[in-house]
Design a protein around this ligand. Sequence first.
Ligand code: NAP
Length: 312
Amino acid sequence: MKPRLLQHGPLMASLESALAEHFDLQLLSKQTDRQAFLAGRGGEFTGLVTSARFGADRALIESLPKLAVIASFGVGVDAIDLAAARERGVAVSNTPDVLTDCVADLAFGLLIDVARRLSAAARFVRRGDWLKGQFPLATRVSGKNLGIVGLGRIGTAIARRAGGFDMPVRYHSRRIIENCPYDYEASLPALADWADFLVIACAGGAATRHLVSREVIDALGPDGFLVNISRGSVVDEPALVEALLAGRLGGAALDVFDDEPNVPPALFGLDSVVLLPHIASATRETRQAMADCVLANLRSWVDAGRLLTPVG
Ligand code: NAP
């Protein structure tokens, strides 16, 4: 008999098919009465497959009394109640490393876009405005100071890319990293004050909520640019919108927002912002590698009783 696996939220069609080959896969989204389904059949599932977006809250974890493993598609685990999982002894896996390069690539793409105004200039051409005059001057990238919030896997890959642009790099996180080639800045406002570009690459969740506060935004200032590929929750979004509208911040390039897919409409008319629909890991190659990682974790759990990429 195949092990029974509950799926929360949509996954890539190819991953769903692969999971269905190896598991008795049941989709929570297909149940018309989710509460009744969980109350009646929640005890059948030892595994839950989910994504960074859908996660697993305490209520869902508690409604699955035999749950032993949660495999998540994505590296961020802020939508999974890790404390609830720990209390119940439920092991959790994510998909680290395989998405690092694509997310770092996109962070740099955003940085160059917002500084050189690529998206704004493209809109200028399409509107036919080039026929009426020149596009305004933008901001140089090479040689400028890059501050990184969270020098983890993705933050480090962003720092490596900055080397190709001769950018001095400093970072902020809770801990200083031994033998790190980049300077540590214990104060985030001080890092923002030094930086021309501040890239957010830390984990999301309660601990980092509004880490990028009004004070940090003001320290970055009218000549500074904010790039966020982490989580919308890390930035005080109303303060960011206010600063952009008032010209107190040079620009912002955002892949993530506080209430996705809702983006503050006040940003739509601003050429100083680049807005993307949370696509940092969204390449065919990386999404396939993430899908392979989810499947490999679940198969290893069943075959060998251990996860390949457990969340610490
Ligand atoms: P990682 O290797 O675990 O790095 C996370 C970094 O965040 C660490 O350097 C950590 O350093 C720092 N951090 C955690 N809490 C902090 C705090 N309170 N203050 C300052 N820094 C803090 O994770 P990763 O693989 O690089 O991924 C980072 C994040 O990127 C994910 O959690 C996810 O939210 C986001 N992400 C977004 C996309 C997208 O599509 N936009 C795709 C993938 C990932 P310390 O522990 O030393 O503080």
